[in-house]
Design a binder for this molecule. Structure first.
Ligand code: ME8
Length: 503
């Protein structure tokens, strides 16, 4: 079994921000979960460095595009480890191996008869690097996404015969209900296809900053075709050996809703033209809305991922984003709601559960955990949990998966209150019962920690180390599958005094 997941490659025209962090974390959660299943996983992210978005930004700064690309690509590369993202490779579209692969594949598309010369005339947004159809234009001939004025382009181009794939794309959507997820995005893409596909420019004549077209020196490839092919090219040079046969096609492309058409329409058509297998799923998430209506005292009013990580750690950011905004939908994020969730959920619910459980075992049993059966009043509430979390993550339902686990964190907290070990500890006649309660509790804690690892990798590892149970495999995640012998003291997982955390 292999699992290949990608993020979009990000434009290097500006610095990384929370939106980029969001998709990268989502891909990381999926990658980590599949590694826990023992699958061969490949997680790809990187930067999109050609085309007008970058050339124009460099021009405005008075530097060469390559210089801007080099500088900002490093910032994106550095973002991944800051987020605790475990990507297997970081691709840059200025990598010579990528450029050669783009030339090879698009040369093949031309040989297949899907490329012809023509004149493009129409509206173009240089920030999207996108040709806009008349019905996509905002009032005042503006871009519906960037709200800047569109330019009128007329140039001699090579075209990609997208319209030749009309029927095959409709058939693809008919046969593979879950090719694009969620269903609302699938319907949107299908409606676009059904409205009638027009051929699109494959090359640009005026622009110099791009991959050279091998059959015509005057042209570079249109940046979107160059960019999309990163998902394919990376496998051929990320390692010493070519991984394509082992890992192609991708299991999941994760993207934001802004780039749906490129991925859900152009990309499968291009792959069909190149006779390559299609990805299994494209999951389209919503937008994080950063209006920050409510201001937090310590973080200001814009949720800056770097500030959050520095003060609260990457885990807290990872958790917050998937708790706060249902993955797949748009949703607002703010520093105030971040701090609220940190305190009420991470610190009070999970952090306290861990510290109380360990503290009671240390106080009443010198850290030793007895062996024997678990308390059936709790085990029933955990049955089927591992499978349901796996199923949800299979469908990229990250918020629902996290919610399933979190309901068990809350269940464990209620269990502590129900069984009140501190009351049991007063009477030696209850020793057996106390042993059973503590054993059940610590095993429940282990189970949720293993399941939470994709979301909270650092905290889960610390917690599991304190439980002397560092095994992360999902096969051993179920409540009752483990046997903890003794626990060790654990420093607060989510300190409320975050100055201390960052010190
Ligand atoms: O489009 N909320 O790059 P890009 C959620 N280079 N996600 C967001 C977001 C927000 N507010 N803002 C950005 C490009 N994103 C192309 C992609 S792929 C072959 C080429 C995330 O730097 C989201 O994943 O504009 C979105 O699709 C992506 O960043 C756009 O990044």
């Amino acid at each position: 079994m292999s699992f290949y997941v990608t993020t979009p490659i990000y434009y290097v025209n500006a610095a990384p921000h929370l939106g980029h962090a969001y998709t990268t974390i989502a891909a990381d959660v999926m990658a980590r979960h599949h590694r826990q299943r023992g699958e061969e996983v490949f997680f790809l992210t990187g930067t999109d460095e050609h085309g007008e978005p970058v050339a124009d930004a460099a021009h405005a700064l008075g530097v060469e595009p390559q210089e801007l690309a080099d500088k900002n690509a490093e910032r994106f590369r550095a973002l991944a480890p800051q987020l605790s993202a475990s990507n297997d490779f970081f691709i840059r579209t200025t990598d010579p191996q990528h450029e050669a692969k783009v030339q090879e594949v698009l040369g093949r598309v031309r040989e297949g008869g899907y490329v012809y010369e023509g004149t493009y005339e129409g509206w173009y947004c240089p920030r999207c690097a996108d040709f806009k159809a008349d019905n996509e234009i905002e009032e005042g001939t503006r871009c519906p996404i960037h709200h800047i004025e569109l330019t009128r382009e007329q140039e001699q181009n090579y075209f990609f015969a997208l319209s030749a794939f009309q029927e095959r794309l409709e058939a693809l959507y008919g046969e593979h209900e879950r090719f694009v997820l969620p269903a609302t995005r699938r319907n949107e893409a299908l409606a676009f296809i059904r409205s009638g596909l027009r051929d699109v420019p494959l090359t640009r004549h005026r622009l110099r900053w791009g991959v050279r077209v091998p059959w015509d020196d005057e042209h570079v490839f249109y940046v979107w075709f160059d960019a999309l092919l990163n998902y394919y090219s990376a496998l051929s040079y990320a390692r010493d050996q070519d991984l394509t046969a082992r890992l192609w096609p991708p299991s999941y492309h994760l993207i934001g809703k802004d780039i749906l058409r490129f991925h859900a329409v152009y990309w499968p058509a291009l792959l069909m033209a190149a006779e390559l297998e299609l990805p299994e799923h494209i999951f389209v998430h919503g937008f994080l809305l950063m209006d920050g209506e409510k201001m937090s005292k310590s973080l200001g009013n814009v949720l800056d991922p770097f500030a959050v990580i520095e003060r609260f750690g990457a885990d807290a950011l990872r958790f917050y984003l998937f708790r706060e905004v249902p993955f797949g939908q748009d949703g607002s994020v703010s520093t105030a709601s971040f701090e609220l969730r940190y305190e009420t959920e991470l610190a009070n619910e999970l952090g306290n559960l861990a510290s109380r459980t360990i503290a009671m075992l240390l106080r009443y049993r010198g850290g030793e955990v007895s062996s024997g059966a678990l308390d059936e009043s709790l085990t029933g509430d955990f049955s089927g949990l591992v499978d349901s979390v796996s199923e949800l993550i299979d469908g990229a339902e990250l918020t629902l998966a996290l919610d399933e686990i979190w309901r068990r964190v809350r269940r464990l907290n209620r269990y502590v209150e129900e069984r009140a070990p501190w009351v049991l500890a007063r009477d030696p006649a209850n020793a057996q019962e106390l042993d059973c309660v503590l054993r059940t509790l610590v095993e429940g804690l282990r189970s949720v920690a293993v399941l939470l690892w994709p979301f909270l990798p650092g905290s889960s590892e610390r917690l599991l180390a304190a439980l002397g149970a560092s095994e992360l495999a999902l096969a051993g995640a179920a409540l009752g599958a483990g046997q903890i012998a003794r626990v060790q003291a654990l420093e607060s997982l989510f300190p409320k005094d975050t100055q201390a955390a960052s010190a």
